[in-house]
Write a new protein. Structure first.
Length: 131
């Protein structure tokens, strides 16, 4: 397994989000565990989805780490995320104290003035709990 196979999902791709794209990820990957990345999580488009920004004040952004087995899924995910996001490799902290490198979709559209998500957890913000 390499960094090119891993994804850090912090929004609609997370288990428990109820989004159909999560089902596509689950069918093409293996859940490795929960992780965190330092950044700022903002609510985009009237809180319809989150964006992770590498900005201050940074906090732990919570998400899921996946191994993607179907390389064709990357093009599907890139299309799904659209022009507001870029896919970059970043270190992700794991609950066991380890760190892995994984792809993450960073929000690169204008974010100033958007509400921040306290606690950095999109599912908690929606009142959902991760499975």
């Amino acid at each position: 397994m390499s960094a090119s196979d891993r994804l850090f999902a912090y929004g609609s791709l997370r288990a428990g989000s109820g989004h159909p794209m999560h089902d596509r990820l689950a069918a093409a990957g293996t859940f490795l565990g929960h992780g965190t990345m330092r950044g700022l999580l903002v609510a985009v488009d009237d809180a319809r989805y989150p964006g992770l920004v590498e900005a201050e004040p940074a906090t732990d952004v919570h998400g899921d780490v996946w191994t993607v087995h179907d390389r064709n899924l990357w093009a599907t995910l890139d299309d799904y995320e659209g022009d507001e996001y870029v896919r970059r490799r970043r270190p992700i902290g794991l609950r066991d104290g380890g760190t892995v490198e994984a792809w993450v979709y960073l929000f690169v559209a204008s974010w100033r003035g958007l509400p921040t998500i306290a606690g950095g957890d999109w599912l908690a913000y929606l009142g959902l709990a991760p499975p």
